[in-house]
Design a protein. Structure first.
Length: 179
């Protein structure tokens, strides 16, 4: 049996999320047509020449305790992904929880691990949730995953709508309550 853990990532392990994050951005580049800067770093400008220089950008996730929550997803004692959960004031629609990022390595996809990890994550916080993803043909797999996961988790009691989101353009926005 596969052991799946979703655990809060403390500062001593934040380097693991820092290691996984460029892989996540690489995948997003295919979905959202995002490019690197001239140094090969996923940034909008050329201010960062190395991933090491970029690391402090993510430190906010460890500086806002009880407001921002960085989670590692561990499968059989190996890092398999991460999830970043925000609470107010880092939410755009008045929800209690915002799933800012969710990433599972490709080797674990199609196994049910992403759904189980998402459910474990949602169970950690009770309230009104929101998250969004890109609603295009390049992102069909993620859209199917979230629809299936939320259908199971909420007994089809979730809302999906395509709308403009702050600074992120048009997205498929998912809302649900797990109180």
């Amino acid at each position: 049996m596969v052991e799946i853990l979703v655990e809060l990532c403390d500062r001593n392990k934040k380097f693991i999320i820092n290691n996984l994050y460029p892989l996540y951005l690489h995948e997003l580049s295919a979905v959202r047509t995002v490019y690197t800067n001239k140094y090969g770093v996923f940034e909008d400008n050329d201010d960062y020449k190395t991933l090491e220089e970029q690391i402090p950008v993510f430190d906010i996730w460890w500086e806002k305790e009880n407001v921002l929550f960085p989670f590692l997803i561990i499968v059989d004692n190996l890092p398999a992904g991460f999830a970043l959960v925000a609470t107010p004031p880092y939410i755009f629609d008045g929800s209690d929880f915002f799933l800012h990022e969710f990433f599972i390595l490709g080797a674990y996809r199609g196994t049910g691990i992403a759904e189980k990890a998402a459910i474990k994550l949602f169970d950690k916080f009770k309230g009104n949730w929101v998250f969004f993803t890109t609603p295009n043909d390049k992102n069909i797999r993620a859209l199917k995953h979230w629809r299936k996961t939320l259908a199971h988790y909420t007994n089809n009691q979730y809302v999906e709508e395509v709308k403009d989101t702050i600074d992120q353009g048009v997205n498929a926005v998912f809302n649900f309550t797990n109180k």
